[in-house]
Design a protein around this ligand. Sequence first.
Ligand SMILES: NC(=O)C1=CN([C@@H]2O[C@H](COP(=O)(O)OP(=O)(O)OC[C@H]3O[C@@H](n4cnc5c(N)ncnc54)[C@H](OP(=O)(O)O)[C@@H]3O)[C@@H](O)[C@H]2O)C=CC1
Ligand SMILES: C=C(O[C@H]1[C@H](O)[C@@H](CO)O[C@H](OP(=O)(O)OP(=O)(O)OC[C@H]2O[C@@H](n3ccc(=O)[nH]c3=O)[C@H](O)[C@@H]2O)[C@@H]1NC(C)=O)C(=O)O
Length: 188
Amino acid sequence: MANATNAEPDSEDEACPSGVVEVASDDDEVPSGLIPGTVGGAAYMNVGANGQTVDAINTIEIVTVDGKHQILYRSDLAFGYRMSPFQAMQDLAAIVALTFRLLPSISAKERQQAYLRRRRWSQLVRERTAGSVFRNPFGMGVLVGELFENAGLKGFRVGSAEVSKVHANFFINTGSSNSREMLELIDL
Ligand SMILES: NC(=O)C1=CN([C@@H]2O[C@H](COP(=O)(O)OP(=O)(O)OC[C@H]3O[C@@H](n4cnc5c(N)ncnc54)[C@H](OP(=O)(O)O)[C@@H]3O)[C@@H](O)[C@H]2O)C=CC1
Ligand SMILES: C=C(O[C@H]1[C@H](O)[C@@H](CO)O[C@H](OP(=O)(O)OP(=O)(O)OC[C@H]2O[C@@H](n3ccc(=O)[nH]c3=O)[C@H](O)[C@@H]2O)[C@@H]1NC(C)=O)C(=O)O
């Protein structure tokens, strides 16, 4: 699903296994997969980590509900924090392909490893979660994880759905949780 175009990526940056994406924008690189999401979901949600967004995307191919195929340039589209124009598109059937602009970067591997080290202690990389549950509130100077931790929610459960004890904006399926329990935990 992910294709690289317009530049000669080095072998590390080229590693973007299908269905898994890590994005970075400062020098248009796409290091190997650290975000456990799909490239379609990444474009739809403008997924980002470490302050970077999907600026590395070059084109987005979509199919509309009436079967039309369109190629859109990211530079013509307005993205925001976890926002994309696709969220308001009434006739979107699916994002079917992305191309990325990749440039070689000698520091990419080092930064990728540093991000991964940080993620290993600050977030959950092995448990069954869907990543952050809520967007961070804009301009309030506080993060959802901090708010929930301060509210004493870490470890709070509905059935087998649990607010993580590591990162309070990650909700874990600790065993046999189902969507009803997850939604109930989210609604509380
Ligand atoms: N930054 C990080 O560290 C991490 C980020 N993430 C998450 O990555 C998410 C993306 O995850 P992912 O599991 O891929 O996405 P999801 O399956 O959660 O889908 C997210 C949204 O994108 C839509 N979507 C997904 N694929 C397509 C497609 N091909 N065409 C059109 N719409 C699509 C989904 O629509 P529908 O519901 O109809 O399928 C849904 O509304 C972000 O929401 C982010 O929270 C997760 C872990 C870590
Ligand atoms: C995981 C996702 O993306 C993540 C992305 O990986 C990280 C890193 O850039 O920054 C956002 O999380 P975040 O704002 O919680 O950042 P983190 O780096 O995880 O945590 C930042 C800080 O919050 C504080 N923190 C976090 C969790 C917690 O329970 N308690 C707490 O106090 C800690 O000080 C920690 O150092 C994205 N989430 C959103 C909703 O913007 C996702 O979207 O699914």
